[in-house]
Design a protein around this ligand. Structure first.
Ligand code: ZN
Length: 316
């Protein structure tokens, strides 16, 4: 069997002030802060991970909060929109919740038969909530929202590719995606079991201004593989095509490789194991600052630099 991905693992974006980020994602979207750590490549800044109760692949949204850094520009060569999934029966609940929270969302749109609510996060990152007709995943059952309404994880992501033909070829011939739909300037691809969390839309961004990295933009998207063996096989396949792919990096909660796809988006391939319980009890996820073994000696110094964070109460 050829090594392929089975869907989305996580999406990583750049935010501004970390407390505002936590307030929005936990307090409004009701996703769980599953890990509070630092950017391993820049340990003086946080790396915050949100997800369902366990931080399952396909639900993990992560942020590098770069407080005071310049704003980026969303554009071609980027993952431009991150879409979360909730049950279609909760459309009224979510519409009302956004209105009550003062979130200005655009006129609901129908996409492939599902209703989509579009709005920015506090840093201008483009988000969507999709009223999913069939999403069997559970959300965070102990979170601030009634479990029946909770966000289930990602629905899909949208890539604005500068070269959609080449992006499509890479995704279908190498990464294991299959085309499942086409509508309004976007082509839909699904991997593995398909459905929410395993879906990527590719839109044609040739002729659009290029995006620039900064606050309010997505840094990369990671696709999942079940183990390190599959990751190494996939790495060989990608390298053989001439991509400049990194060595395997230890991200503590998964192993990662990175390469830039021909349409401009930074792709990562991440392993499902070991996951977020590698260094924390499932009940205590995200409660304290966790550092990888190689940064533990610098804990005191890092704790001094990092701003304090409080997570909105989870009582309903
Ligand atoms: Zn990543």
């Amino acid at each position: 069997m050829s090594a392929v991905t089975s869907g989305i693992h996580h999406v990583t974006a750049i935010s501004g002030e970390p407390q505002r980020n936590v307030d929005f994602y936990v307090g409004l979207l009701g996703v769980r802060l599953v890990k509070r750590t630092v950017n391993f490549d820049d340990p003086g800044t946080y790396h915050l991970y949100y997800g369902d109760g366990a931080g399952s692949p396909g639900s993990i949204m992560t942020f590098f909060p770069w407080d005071g850094a310049p704003k980026g520009r969303i554009g071609a060569g980027q993952l431009t929109v991150t879409s979360f999934s909730f049950p279609a029966s909760s459309l009224g609940y979510w519409t009302e919740r956004l209105v009550e929270s003062g979130i200005r969302f655009e006129k609901p749109e129908d996409r492939f038969g599902e209703t989509v609510l579009r709005f920015p996060d506090p840093d201008g990152l483009r988000l969507e909530l999709v009223a999913a007709s069939d999403d069997r995943r559970e959300g965070w059952s102990e979170g601030p929202l009634p479990p029946e309404h909770a966000v289930r994880g990602f629905h899909h992501v949208t890539l604005l590719s500068t070269d959609p033909e080449s992006t499509t070829r890479l995704m279908t011939e190498t990464l294991g995606f299959r085309q499942t739909g086409e509508a309004e300037g976007r082509t839909r691809f699904e991997a593995g079991d398909g459905g929410p969390g395993n879906t990527v839309d590719v839109a044609n961004g040739s002729g659009f201004p290029r995006g620039t990295m900064g606050v309010g933009t997505v840094h990369h998207v990671a696709f999942r593989v079940p183990d390190e063996e599959t990751q190494l096989e996939l790495r060989e396949k990608v390298a053989a095509l001439g991509y400049n792919v990194t060595h395997v990096l230890d991200r503590n909660y998964f192993r990662s490789i990175y390469f830039r796809e021909p349409g401009g988006v930074l792709f990562e391939i991440a392993t499902d194991p070991p996951g977020f319980t590698a260094d924390e009890d499932p009940e205590r996820l995200g409660e304290s600052l966790k550092l990888p073994p190689w940064l533990e000696p610098r804990r005191e110094q890092l704790e001094e630099v990092l701003p304090p964070l409080s997570v909105p109460a989870v009582s309903r």
